[in-house]
Design a protein around this ligand. Structure first.
Ligand code: CO8
Length: 257
């Protein structure tokens, strides 16, 4: 597929996707969604790929859903199209995706970063849910995911005032896993993704599934789910290899990676 709003490359076993609508600060329209879904689904299906990185430009990861595309829509349009529901398909990508965020991650941009598995932020990153300033509210999961990331008080503050959080506050609050200098952002994210891609792919995908489950269920159910998945790792050749390598003091040579 020829993409117009994203750039897609592979770096070894890592798929790198760069949002590329510079004139609109990577605002997320229907074309971006369609292309992102095509790219992530292709990487999911590609046995050579073990993890992905999603990034934007120095100025903006993404400045939100495309306001100009939404502006004239009516309630009936939104309801019948089930507008934004396609993003839930993105959130169900099975291989890990690291969001590498520099500059603005606002509205849908912040929500997209939160749909990834973890966020590495440049020191220039700024996160916000400014929908309230447009007379609407978050519609791609912001009121739900941000609350789970940073807690009720900060999520209310962000969604009700529309203020932005800088990278240091985002790290303090648990929204991002770490902050790196802007010049090193993509390389750092690629390095982490390459590390993940070097482990056993089924084990990696089970970790993602189990951690995601903690968002959707009770602790008791989540623990049961984790234990069943953990038991199933003993059906993997990679479990035999990983544990043998540890005992023999050598590096594991995983077959499924
Ligand atoms: N949508 C469309 N175009 C955008 C967007 C956007 N979200 N953000 C920026 N752009 C465009 C600008 O219109 C401008 O285009 P042009 O050159 O044609 O005028 C270009 O990008 C550059 O932007 P600025 O000139 O504004 O750049 P600045 O550096 O001055 O400002 C900001 C950068 C602060 C990021 C500013 O662009 C801004 O505030 N953008 C909007 C941020 C925002 O409100 N995002 C939330 C959008 S709504 C959303 O994501 C979810 C809505 C949920 C609705 C639920 C419905 C069901």
């Amino acid at each position: 597929m020829a993409y117009e709003t994203i750039l897609v490359e592979t770096r070894g076993k890592v798929g790198l996707i760069t949002l590329n609508r510079p004139k609109a600060l990577n605002a997320l329209n229907s074309q971006v969604l369609a292309e992102l879904l095509a790219a992530t689904q292709a990487f999911d299906a590609n046995p050579q790929i073990g993890a992905m990185v999603l990034t934007g430009s120095d100025k903006a990861f993404a400045a939100g859903a495309d306001i100009k595309e939404m502006q004239s829509k009516t309630y009936v349009d939104m309801y019948l199209e089930d507008f934004f529901s396609g993003w839930e398909t993105f959130a169900r990508t099975r291989k890990p995706i690291i969001a590498a965020v520099a500059g603005y991650a606002l509205g849908g941009g912040c929500e997209l970063a939160m749909m990834c598995d973890f966020i590495i932020a440049a020191d220039t990153a700024r996160f916000g849910q400014p929908e309230i300033t447009l007379g609407v509210m978050p519609g791609m999961g912001g009121s739900q995911r941000l609350t789970r990331f940073v807690g009720k008080s900060k999520a209310m503050d962000m969604c009700l005032t529309g203020r932005m959080m800088d990278a240091a506050e985002a790290e303090r609050s648990g929204l991002v896993s770490r902050v790196v200098p802007a010049t090193e952002l993509v390389e750092e994210a690629l390095k982490s993704a390459a590390k993940i891609a070097d482990f056993s792919l089924p084990a990696v995908m089970m970790v993602k599934e189990a951690v995601d489950r903690s968002y959707e269920t009770t602790l008791a159910e989540g623990l049961r789910f984790e234990r069943r998945l953990f038991h199933s790792t003993f059906a993997l050749e990679d479990q035999k290899e990983g544990m043998a390598a540890f005992s023999q003091k050598r590096t594991a040579n995983f077959r499924n990676r």
